[in-house]
Design a protein around this ligand. Structure first.
Ligand SMILES: NC(=O)CC[C@H](N)C(=O)O
Length: 378
């Protein structure tokens, strides 16, 4: 996509390659020097614009789904089409990158467990350490795509592009969205503007921040959005960025997938009217190290359950106040005295994202001050 001399040097080998390209360019500019090195690069010469190498890690979902009929946009089987067929179906990807695929698993994303998250994270990290990999695309079911995107944003220590992508319609449906979403993902993963921008999600022409994006409707191609807005768009094989993420991620993260082999259990309890204590105590009995309270409004807790949650915390399980509302953010000591009860608030993370951040953070600390700092900073 971009000439070697414009690419950021990422490794000693890449640096030597870039230096050689610069020197060749300089020699070519000298009077009397052969023009060929500058103006007519031969195949394989150092001055030839090199297409980035992008690896597609396929995990399943609707983007790999197949239905019986073109009218089946909602009734179909997810996780059916293998990665080689996904790649073969979008030949335009070859114009932007050298693409190869790996089938990591073939499942619907609601069936992801921590085991899949960790396996995927380790593979992404391993690939991005290679000099011959410039970016990674992960094809994924959309149900828990936002959890995986945040997880990778927190734990993969690389500034190379990582793009998570899915589709809302199976490949067999009229107006299927998977092919364009995948082309956009490979385009973003090939783009030097995407370097250092954290994990990205390309759905419905937009480039979203993996930290922020969430599935907001369950049936249309415009399912993914974020209260803080998209970072940009992909149009006709080019990325257009308008903003960059502010929060800590990837190379500025204190977490590292290479040292994470398991995650503690974190439960979510959904807030509503007429609740019962057992929803919380069952999570503790199951071994949950933290409970994310997907509370009503500002993450509120019913008066008749405050003692239950105080007790949960006193016995050692963390209480993290989040909100079922989705947008906005939860403030400390608003609605409930978090300082007094030693509870944590989830800031702007929705409950499912708070669950991921809590699990990752708990691999390092169970100190509530530290956990609160982590919720502010990431
Ligand atoms: N649109 C989708 O990808 C949903 C399919 C399935 N439930 C999954 O998340 O994998």
């Amino acid at each position: 996509m971009y000439p070697a001399q414009l690419r950021p040097a990422r490794s000693p080998r890449a640096a030597r390659f870039a230096l050689a390209a610069l020197l060749l360019g300089a020699v070519g500019a000298l009077p009397g020097a052969p023009l060929q090195a500058r103006e007519m690069p031969e195949a394989g010469s150092a001055t030839e614009a090199r297409k980035p190498n992008v690896v597609i890690l396929a995990t399943g979902g609707t983007i790999a789904g197949a239905g019986a009929d073109a009218s089946n946009s909602a009734t179909y089987q997810a996780a059916k089409v293998p990665v080689d067929k996904l790649i073969a179906a979008v030949p335009a990807m070859a114009n932007v990158a050298n693409v190869r695929g790996e089938q990591v698993f073939q499942i619907a994303s609601e069936s992801f467990t921590d085991a899949q998250l960790i396996q995927l994270g380790k593979r992404v990290s391993q690939l991005l350490k290679q000099d011959d990999v410039d970016g990674v695309v992960i094809t994924h079911g959309t149900d828990t795509l936002e959890e995986t995107a945040l997880f990778l944003n927190l734990v993969v220590r690389s500034d190379k592009p990582i793009v998570v992508v899915g589709s809302m319609r199976p490949s067999t449906a009229i107006s299927a969205d998977g092919a364009l979403n995948l082309l956009d993902a490979v385009t973003a993963a090939s783009s030097k503007e995407a370097v250092g921008k954290g994990v990205l999600v390309t759905m419905n022409d937009y480039i979203q921040a993996g930290r922020d994006v969430t599935k907001r409707t369950n049936i249309v191609p415009s399912a993914f959005s974020s209260q803080w807005g998209p970072l940009g768009m992909v149009v006709e094989g080019k990325t257009y960025f308008f903003r960059a993420p502010y929060k800590r991620h990837n190379t500025s993260s204190e977490f590292d997938i290479d040292t994470i082999d398991s995650l503690p259990l974190v439960a979510i309890v959904y807030g509503s009217g007429n609740m019962f204590p057992g929803a919380y105590t069952a999570a503790v009995d199951a071994g949950a190290k933290a409970i994310v309270n997907a509370g009503t409004g500002n993450g509120s807790v019913p008066g008749y359950l405050v003692d239950t949650l105080k007790d949960v915390r006193q016995k050692g399980t963390l209480v993290i106040r989040s909100s079922r509302v989705g947008d906005g953010f939860v403030l400390r000591n608003a609605e409930q005295p978090d300082d007094k009860y030693d509870w944590v608030v989830a800031h702007d993370f929705n409950p499912q994202k708070a669950k991921i951040l809590a699990a990752v953070a708990l691999t390092k600390t169970s100190d509530t001050k530290e956990l609160q700092r982590i919720f502010w900073e990431y």
